[in-house]
Ligand binder design. Structure first.
Ligand code: NAP
Length: 261
């Protein structure tokens, strides 16, 4: 943190693995963090230097600059509808979220957030595995959906800029189009490889080691996360069909060649 005046007060809702991962860097940068979650994460939070509140009302009474939603995709609607927004004092407070799909939270939050709150939709395109050695060069996708307090918003974005992230400003809709082809496909292949129970052999090629790594990385994410990528990105269904079709085509080519012999 270059100067303490730039430190933000950030309150996290949903303190699971990804929120904990983000929080450790935010605390390291000098920001003041509080958190609340469905489960009790108070012990772990105190190790991270985060003040944990079991009760969301008390959590919201802290005068935060930013409320950061890190809950699972599939629980978004339930979680947002249970937030007593009338307790938020600062106007406008920046409401930011990090869900791995973007159009769904954008539409829902435009509907559910009080008009007095600013909205920043983001997707850090990395996690506890891929960002273990730091965030330098890793993409951070965002859309400024409704921003009046530009200062708070840019100070929040600076958290990621400061770590060297590649800042990608695109719409949530464009994110989902690209993510269905890249992220959803990556997770699906990783899960298929896990289903096949592939394991290291005594003669692994580099290519096979890449597949093993993919399997390991994708299986560390929860099934809530993976199913959210499918259920709440309407383009994902088409990519699943494309994958099935491609497998059929490749298979067919092999059997055709066999018949030629
Ligand atoms: P996740 O399984 O997607 O989400 C876990 C979080 O959701 C926990 O905080 C959990 O609360 C909360 N939650 C789940 N069901 C709930 C319910 N019914 N009511 C209230 N809270 C509920 O795992 P994650 O990896 O930590 O991801 C969190 C968010 O970050 C997701 O939206 C994900 O898409 C996004 N994200 C993840 C990554 C990554 O690499 N993991 C990267 C970028 C973005 P408790 O812990 O209190 O039970």
């Amino acid at each position: 943190m270059s100067s303490s005046s730039e430190a933000l007060k950030i309150g996290i809702i949903g303190f699971g693995p990804f929120a904990q991962f983000l929080a450790s860097t935010m605390v390291k940068q000098g920001h003041t963090l509080t958190a609340t979650s469905r489960s009790d994460h108070s012990e772990l939070s105190s190790h991270l230097g985060v003040n944990f509140f079991r009760d969301i009302n008390t959590f919201l009474e802290v005068d935060n600059d930013v409320i950061l939603l890190c809950t699972s995709i599939v629980s978004l609607s339930e979680v947002v509808k249970s937030i007593p927004f009338h307790l938020v004092k600062r106007k406008p407070t920046l409401f930011a979220e990090v869900l791995s799909v973007k159009t769904y939270p954008k539409d829902l939050l435009i509907q559910e957030l009080p008009e007095t709150m600013d909205l920043l939709c983001t997707h850090p395109m990395f996690g506890p595995e891929s960002g273990r050695e730091g965030w330098n060069g890793l993409p951070f996708v965002f859309e400024k959906v409704r921003i009046r307090d530009q200062d708070i918003c840019s100070r929040f974005l600076q958290i990621f800029e400061q770590e060297g992230c590649r800042m990608v400003e695109i719409t949530c809709e464009e994110h989902d189009k690209q993510a269905a082809r890249s992220q959803f496909l990556t997770h699906t292949i990783g899960r298929i490889l896990s289903e096949m129970d592939i394991n290291s052999t005594s003669m692994d090629t580099k290519g096979f080691q890449t597949l093993l790594q993919l399997k390991e990385n994708t299986m560390k994410d929860s099934f809530d996360l993976y199913s959210g990528l499918f259920i709440h990105n309407k383009l994902a269904q088409q990519e699943l069909k494309n994958l099935e079709l491609a497998l059929q085509t490749v298979k067919q080519r092999l059997f055709d060649r066999m018949d030629e012999k």
